[in-house]
Design a binder for this molecule. Structure first.
Ligand SMILES: NC(=O)c1ccc[n+]([C@@H]2O[C@H](COP(=O)([O-])OP(=O)(O)OC[C@H]3O[C@@H](n4cnc5c(N)ncnc54)[C@H](OP(=O)(O)O)[C@@H]3O)[C@@H](O)[C@H]2O)c1
Length: 339
């Protein structure tokens, strides 16, 4: 079996999760992760058996802290078949030249523009478009969330127009600098960039988005209104959403009334870091009237893109077809697989 050598550039919120997820697959291995400064996270990386690589000018910092490093980021690029770039948004451009020079494939994240890679990725909607590519970009957590439900609904019923309001978490749980702490902050530049980001994968979709930052850290919530091409019953819509890959349908009568209980469910499932990789939709919050469809969905921003990164590696390295990749990734991460 081909085992793909994967380097992870950036070991923060997304990078550490992608490293664990890649490590759980049989057809790929983590050959190293990068950090720019020694911290508790570099200790965690080493404890998990991941070799540390750092920017050349940072080596003295690690030497001083007596944290052993295996080499520079350039060294990692030379050894890897593919790099998953999990550096902060807008840093990817700086690294693209390094990846090109080393002739290594690279996956960027949603904090980068579509134009950086030229191809954007979502497992459900366009796995094949990154087949064999040198560069691709896994779209953001919110865009991934929207594609997971809107793409299958569009395929089944046809979406005339989509209107979405995103209630965004103010900061990630491990971030003590973000906010707001006690306020709701509207994005006043309208429509927001989320619609065009969905269009990087579904260019034909007429979608308009608004967003509010809220004082919560655990999840985003979307209110979705779809004008469909034809009349659809609520039951027909539920059926499509229930059968969509990496979508979990819950009912508030089971006690899941908010994002708090979703995170408790993820914890009870025994997932790594209590992650909820699936997009969660309330069954009793799905309603169709004529050709208008309404629903709510919750997005675990720290983890929904993780399985997509694993699938993107398989597509770019031409390891297997979309269904098989989804199946393998889901089994390894404990996500129910839907045929
Ligand atoms: N957090 C989310 O909710 C989320 C969801 C989906 C997508 N994304 C996207 O995923 C990407 C990463 O976000 P994140 O939240 O994981 O960021 P993060 O938690 O801040 O982690 C960034 C990592 O990159 C490293 N880093 C910082 N500057 C670097 C540089 N110049 N060169 C190499 N490494 C550098 C940091 O290392 P040090 O700590 O050693 O400095 C850290 O390990 C972004 O594009 C973001 O938009 C984030």
């Amino acid at each position: 079996m081909t085992v793909v050598k994967v380097g992870i550039n950036g070991f923060g919120t997304i990078g550490k999760r992608v490293a664990t997820a890649v490590d759980a697959q049989e057809d790929m291995e983590v050959i190293g992760v990068t950090k720019t400064r020694p911290s508790f996270e570099s200790e965690i990386a080493r404890a998990k058996g991941f070799d540390l690589y750092v920017p050349g000018d940072r080596i003295p910092l690690f030497d001083e802290a007596e944290v052993p490093v295996k080499g520079t980021v350039e060294d990692l690029c030379e050894k890897a078949d593919i790099i998953v770039d999990c550096t902060p948004g807008n840093v990817g451009q700086m690294y693209k030249d390094m990846y090109s020079k080393a002739g290594v494939k690279a996956i960027f994240q949603g904090g980068e523009d579509h134009s950086l890679a030229g191809t954007s990725f979502n497992s459900t909607a366009n796995y094949q478009e990154s087949w064999g590519a040198q560069f691709s970009r896994v779209v953001s957590c919110n865009t991934t969330g929207l594609l997971r439900t809107v793409f299958p609904l569009d395929r089944q019923f046809g979406v005339e127009k989509a209107y979405v309001t995103l209630v965004r978490r103010g900061a990630d749980p491990g971030d003590s600098k973000g906010g707001p702490i006690n306020a709701l902050e509207p994005s006043v530049k309208l429509p927001t960039h989320h619609g065009p980001d969905v269009q990087s994968i579904m260019p034909w979709l007429n979608i308009n988005t608004m967003a509010i930052k809220a004082s919560t850290t655990i999840m985003h919530m979307h209110t979705v209104t779809l004008e469909l091409k034809n009349e659809v019953t609520t039951e027909e819509a539920i059926e499509v959403i229930r059968n969509s890959p990496r979508v979990r349908v819950v009912n508030s009568s089971s006690g899941i009334k908010s994002t708090a209980e979703i995170m408790e469910l993820a914890s009870d499932l025994g997932r790594d870091r209590s992650d909820m990789y699936e997009i969660v939709v309330w069954e009793d919050g799905i309603k169709s009237t004529g050709n208008m469809l309404y629903y709510y969905q919750a997005v675990h921003q720290e983890s929904d893109v993780v399985p997509e990164n694993v699938d993107c590696i398989r597509s770019m390295c031409k390891l297997c077809e979309a269904d098989e990749s989804t199946r393998l990734t889901n089994i390894a991460l404990g996500i129910p697989y839907k045929r």
